[in-house]
Design a protein around this ligand. Structure first.
Ligand code: NAD
Ligand code: DAU
Length: 350
């Protein structure tokens, strides 16, 4: 019996990781810790919330005492740490929130583990989920590998880079069993509609302008979220202590090409005339410090741990659109409340 703490399990990727572990490992006890910020939503987990091997704890990782008390009480065998402030645009408006959760919150978890796992570091694992954005931006050529130097540009990526450094430092200094993975852009169900793909789906559905930053020429490498969850599963169970893996889809798209593909899929699904949704595309002021291109080389993960992405992008995007169209109540719920004021502030100035 393994007791695993998953942080940020009510968010987009975290909910897929929690679901996978609860379903695939009935002998594990999964404790989902989440503060339930605007991005955390227990409705993401209704299908597994009554499973015997699942529990939810509402806590804030910036609260060092609460983290220490929890580790004392629970005797976790491992942590899979996903809780974070995750949206680049919000980090440009309010960097401090990102330092608090992503840096201080991660250090609080490391300290709690360090204190309560003393003498048993070889039997405990701290898995930190990170991003390819720590590597900075690529030009037209090349890919990020595990040895690419860190060069973050946004307050979000700077905070994630800092958290990665602390995790490595706790491995190197105290001998804790720490593992890190850095993943490219995820897409799929339960993605909060402040991020490009779900925001565009929601706007196209409601005949609202689809905001494309700058000229739409920035490139992202998109991965099906369930493939990311599977990679985390494989790395968690099979990687060596202190190891790092890059996870990516080998699936680069210019933003404007992706949006055109999405418009075509939406025209078909909504029974609109071909080209109708594309009329909503609106070029707006670029994001400050906008990284031009991300591309992940995941050869190490593919060769060492036999992981490959399972879905072609066109198929995954069509499945994602279906999910949003079939889950109107979820979408209406997350876009009510504070969402509209965030949206108005973010896009009225563009
Ligand atoms: P998300 O914003 O959807 O979810 C984050 C979750 O963390 C939410 O449930 C939120 O309530 C919780 N949280 C935030 N602050 C907290 C705090 N102080 N205490 C406890 N819980 C808190 O994010 P996501 O897109 O699912 O990303 C999850 C992780 O994966 C992050 O660490 C992110 O950096 C990383 N990542 C994301 C992507 C991507 O494409 N979304 C790609 C690579 C890596
Ligand atoms: O690369 C991994 C990262 O991917 C994760 O670490 C982050 O948590 C996640 O949010 C994501 O970051 P991005 O900034 O790449 O994702 P976002 O969906 O915000 O933007 C994707 C691209 O689309 C980016 O080039 C900016 C552009 N964009 C975004 C929005 C919200 C637009 O053109 N218009 C928009 O309205």
């Amino acid at each position: 019996m393994k007791k695993i703490l998953i942080t940020g399990g009510a968010g987009f990727i975290g909910s897929h990781v929690v679901r996978r572990f609860v379903k695939n490992y009935p002998s594990y006890e999964i404790v989902n810790l989440d503060k339930l910020t605007y991005a955390g939503n227990l409705a993401n987990l209704t299908d597994i919330e009554n499973e015997a091997n699942y529990r939810f704890v509402k806590e804030d990782i910036t609260d060092a005492n609460a983290m220490s008390e929890l580790f004392k009480k629970e005797n976790f065998d491992a942590v899979i740490h996903l809780a974070a402030e995750s949206h680049v645009d919000r980090s440009i408006t309010d960097p401090t929130a990102f330092v608090m959760t992503n840096v201080i919150g991660t250090v609080n978890l490391l300290n709690a583990a360090r204190e309560h796992w003393k003498g048993q570091y070889d039997q405990k694992r701290f898995y930190h989920v990170s991003t390819d954005e720590v590597y900075g931006a690529l030009g037209e050529e090349g890919m990020f590998t595990e040895t690419t130097a860190y060069d973050p540009h946004s307050p979000y990526s700077a905070s994630k880079a800092s958290s990665d450094h602390f995790v490595r430092a706790y491995h190197d200094t105290y001998g804790m069993d720490c593992v890190i993975s850095n993943c490219s852009n995820n897409y799929g169900s339960h993605h909060f509609p402040e991020k490009l793909i779900p925001l565009a789906i929601n706007n196209i559905k409601n005949n609202k302008p689809v905001p494309v930053y700058g000229k739409g020429e920035n490139v992202r490498d998109w991965l099906w979220v369930e493939d990311h969850a599977r990679a985390i599963d494989v790395i968690f169970h099979q990687s060596k202590t202190g190891d790092t893996y890059n996870i990516g889809g080998h699936n680069e798209w210019k933003n404007i090409d992706l949006i055109h593909l999405l418009c075509e899929i939406m025209d078909e699904k909504l029974g609109r005339e071909k080209g109708e949704s594309a009329k909503l595309i609106t070029y707006v002021t670029d994001r400050a410090g906008h990284d031009l291109r991300y591309a992940i080389d995941s050869t190490k993960l593919q060769k060492q741990l036999d992981w490959v992405p399972s879905l072609q992008f066109e198929e995954g995007l069509a499945k994602t659109v279906d999910w949003y169209l079939q889950n109107e109540a979820w979408l209406n719920n997350v876009t009510s409340g504070n969402y509209q004021s965030y949206y108005d502030k973010q896009y009225s100035e563009k």
